[in-house]
Design a protein around this ligand. Sequence first.
Ligand code: DCP
Ligand code: CA
Ligand code: CA
Length: 414
Amino acid sequence: MYQALLQPLKYVNSHFHTCYSTSWNNFLFQELFNKLVLNENISLNEIGKKIIFHIDFDYFYAQCEEIRKPDLRNIPSVVCVYSGREEDSGVVSTCNYEARKYGVKAAMPIRLAKSKLKDIEAIFLPTDMPYYHDISRNAMRIIENYGELFEQVSVDECYVDFTKITNSDFDDAKIFANSLQKNIKDQINMTCSIGVGPNKLISKIASGINKPNGITVVSREDAKNFISNCKIEDIPGVGPKTAKKLESLGIGSISDISNKSIFELRDALGYKTATFLVNASNAIDYSQIKVRGTSKQIGKIVTLKKDIVDFEQINLTAASLCTSVYENLRNKGQAFRILTIILILENLQHVSFSKSLKLYSASFDELHKNSLFIIKEMINNNSISLDNIRRMGVVVSDLKDISGQDSLVNYFEN
Ligand code: DCP
Ligand code: CA
Ligand code: CA
């Protein structure tokens, strides 16, 4: 591997000092940095094609409350962390968009929030973290079950690499984002905002643009212009301290940063921050989706041939998907309990259905039989014509480690 890197390293060395402020050299330099320092095995080609979604649920704790108390939907509601010292001491955790109209926001003292909602019918509630975490798990599972690279970054937000599902096409990504948003709403009655971009940085900023229930798509071509129109503080991770340092260097906008080289900013900000900011100001972000822990689901999605007309072809595809998922389960020594089938249609609308088995299973027959049953039900219930199905996926989740358990040796058949 290091041998392969010697060539570009020489190339950079010989050109770096003469024109190091161009974004191309920053680009090469950061690429090498990633490979050598972060040891990430990614190619420029792969980076250039990615479509990353950032999904952030709207007014999350307050929306969780609305799910169990629908009456809250039309009045200002404020979720609070009460300190218990005095009746109203504590801070606002979040509030719905009705309350935001009156200037209430997160981290505000409860007393101030109450004064803003004086004489208005409004509800103040204490947080209920176990309940919010339950909803978060359900919400994330819907997204994770697409079987693509998934990273949850907080209780209410995640990144997903949907390059494959969208065929790396931003027009398709927009349609898919709409369908995903609708699917989530149908399943858990919750709205989210989705940012779509060529990397995590752009998608993260984009998801905050059209809140609530918004979708913002920033294509590869538009990314540089998009970021140039953002404020420096919009870049995630830029706090008041960094903003102040930049100001003292006469840098007040993202375009100002993009006109600098890493070396001009390095002394004031440190190498890492300088590199990050110069890249970010050029809409470049190399951070990868970090799939956490052991995989929580195993799945496979394939594209179907265009001319599917009879169910036999659907059967064959389902059998091949189940075989692949089963082999993966077997290699990992895991049993599953939840089975999800995903159908993506020609117009990129998608239908998914999950079934929870009574007991954990690692049986191919059970996986196959249930998959076929669900696929048939989905096709019939949604009146889907077979030649309209573009992609099909089988995903198993709620996995349990069963390797090394003698009594469970018969879990897997040959
Ligand atoms: N949160 C909190 N205190 C804060 C900020 C957030 O307790 N100062 C909690 C409550 C939020 C949740 O984290 O519901 C998610 O935070 P977000 O920043 O995503 O804000 P919301 O989801 O509430 O609102 P938005 O619609 O702006 O995303
Ligand atoms: Ca949120
Ligand atoms: Ca969030």
